[in-house]
Design a protein around this ligand. Structure first.
Ligand SMILES: [Zn+2]
Length: 364
């Protein structure tokens, strides 16, 4: 039976993303070599990335590669190889910095540089961004403004659960637009499921390596039942059990190196049993399906809490039912953001706005 016949029917929006970095690009530990040492270290990216590309090619799966700018500079040929194979090229910043550590100015410089480098290499626009270490926390909420201002259209940096570093534990679980000074930034948070009331991930990094296929399948079924997208995320080093090991703490060693030999079989299993897209294709399918079903994608406003400077993601949803006038303006706002995202791909999109607005069921 062909693999496609085994794939689940239904509306699971799913994508596979790969953060392209080397074995020494591990965050948040003083034993990790700094950027000045990187050129002198053994590089294992070519071997690992080519192996991943061969697997993806064998299943005809197109994915999104979030390239680290520093690594892209050293391996322009590999970036082009990914592009030429039909994959999406997106950005993972330049020097693998944590947004909440470096602050707005250095972060802006880092992600602008990465975008310039990648666009020069591929000769095309780079639309997506993912922050190293999911380093956008409540205290680094300024990062969304900076990402949009730096020319990115979508972001996939929010990890809406507790984790060692980064993450916003109570952030929304579905995709949403964030209102910024420079327009709407589409946020695609990592996929999260609840186990006994505890938010967790089963679909990327150490979480995917630890979970067995039954658990992962259970998690994907839960996402599908909730109408939320599946976002798988991997790193090339995760298919490389022979990589050098850094002298991390025992806990970090466990998280970084557990079950490395399981990644490749799980990647093949996912490619065989699920329909996986690039993040950009998945997002466009998602937005389009919401539009066709007259459902809304929430728009969240960043609000500074004066006492703590922490992020409050305030949903506009409550405004929908309060005042019909406000409701209409918010609906149009959402549809404009959706139309802006889809751009010229769907010319009839905004023409139908007038009909779908007021009657729309403002479900998210
Ligand atoms: Zn990274």
């Amino acid at each position: 039976m062909p693999a496609s016949e085994n794939r689940p029917k239904g509306k699971l929006h799913s994508c596979l993303t790969i953060d392209v970095e080397d074995w020494f690009h591990i965050l948040d530990s003083h034993v990790v070599p700094g950027i000045k040492q990187w050129p002198s270290l053994e590089s294992r990216i070519e071997r690992n990335l080519k192996e991943m590309l061969a697997v993806l090619d064998s299943f005809s799966v197109k994915v999104t590669f979030f390239w680290l700018g520093w690594l892209a500079e050293q391996h322009k040929d590999l970036v082009c190889m990914c592009r030429d194979a039909g994959h999406e090229i997106a950005s993972h910043g330049y020097a693998h910095v944590l947004a909440y550590e470096v602050g707005p100015d250095a972060f802006r410089e880092d992600i602008t540089l990465a975008r310039d480098i990648l666009e020069n290499i591929i000769g095309d626009q780079v639309r997506g961004f993912r922050a190293p270490g999911f380093g956008i926390t409540k205290k680094a909420h300024w990062a969304f403004e900076v990402i949009k201002e730096s020319g990115y259209q979508y972001d996939s940096s929010v990890f809406p659960a507790s984790r060692g570093h980064g993450g916003i534990a109570d952030a929304p679980l579905t995709p949403y637009f964030i209102e910024t000074q420079s327009g709407h930034l589409l946020e695609i948070p990592m996929s999260i499921v609840e186990i006994f009331g505890h938010r967790t991930n089963l679909f990327g990094g150490g979480y995917l390596r630890l979970a067995n296929k039954l658990m992962i399948k259970w998690g994907i079924d839960k996402l599908q039942a909730a109408g939320r997208p599946l976002i798988v995320y991997l790193h090339p080093r995760e298919i490389d059990p022979a990589q050098p090991h850094l002298p991390l703490s025992l806990l970090r060693q466990f998280k970084c190196y557990v079950n490395l030999s399981s990644t490749l079989p799980k990647l093949k299993w996912l490619c065989k049993n699920y329909t996986l897209f690039t993040m950009l294709d998945m997002v466009e399918n998602y937005i389009r399906s919401f539009y066709l079903e007259s459902k809304m994608i929430p728009v969240l406003r960043l609000r500074n809490n004066r006492t703590s400077s922490e992020l409050s993601l305030e949903s506009e949803e409550s405004a929908f039912s309060a005042d019909p006038k406000t409701f209409r303006s918010k609906v149009l706002l959402v549809e404009k953001a959706m139309a802006d995202f889809l751009g010229p791909l769907n010319p009839t999109f905004s023409a139908e706005t007038e009909h779908s607005g007021i009657e729309a069921d403002a479900k998210v």
